[in-house]
Design a protein around this ligand. Structure first.
Ligand SMILES: [Zn+2]
Length: 185
């Protein structure tokens, strides 16, 4: 990764208060009492006056796997009808489950979306994804080494293929574009 071009990925409103993002809880998930905004650690956070629950909202974690074929082409999936940015292409990725190891999540998502099995290596890129303000994530793009499987689109993907960087299909996410641009080729 090149530290000099570490990206900020277009935070739609960096001054927005912690409790003022879309998709926030209205009721306490522990006791169902209505939540109120309260200053906790110098920031307003949805808080429960009944049981003391405070919603420290954190980004989800998305894990992507970067695979190249012997011709130097990049593996991409087309996002299916039920995925965000349907019909556009992205590097295979998905949400890491709670309690799941981040590399296991990356390998699982790759297998589900592409049918391919890879060993997961070092991170190649890290970025905050704000394309859905109701579900902000931190994305980690891992390098992968193909070890098996049969190429077939599945899960959220309805097509999969290898692409020359000079002939990329329309991409869904600015963060994928930023990573690809960082490769400088
Ligand atoms: Zn409560």
């Amino acid at each position: 990764m090149h530290s000099h071009d570490s990206p900020t990925q277009g935070d739609p409103n960096p001054d927005r208060a912690v409790g003022d993002w879309p998709g926030e809880f209205s009721y306490c998930p522990m006791c169902s009492h209505p939540l109120k905004s309260r200053l906790v650690g110098s920031k307003p956070r949805p808080s429960c006056e009944s049981c003391g629950f405070v919603h420290f909202r954190n980004p989800g974690v998305g894990a992507a796997v970067v695979l190249w074929d012997e011709c130097g082409r990049l593996l991409l999936v087309r996002r299916g009808p039920h995925a965000t940015r349907s019909g556009l292409w992205s590097i295979p990725a998905g949400f890491v489950d709670y309690g799941e190891d981040v590399r296991s999540g990356a390998a699982r998502e790759l297998l589900e979306e592409t049918g391919l099995v890879a060993t997961i290596g070092d991170p190649a890129w890290v970025a905050t994804n704000t394309h859905d303000p109701a579900k902000i994530t931190v994305g980690i793009w891992f390098t992968g080494e193909l070890v098996g499987g049969t190429l077939a689109a599945g899960d959220d993907a309805d097509d999969v293929g290898w692409f020359d960087l000079n002939e990329l299909p329309p991409l869904a996410f600015d963060t994928d574009k930023a990573y690809i641009a960082s490769l400088g080729r």
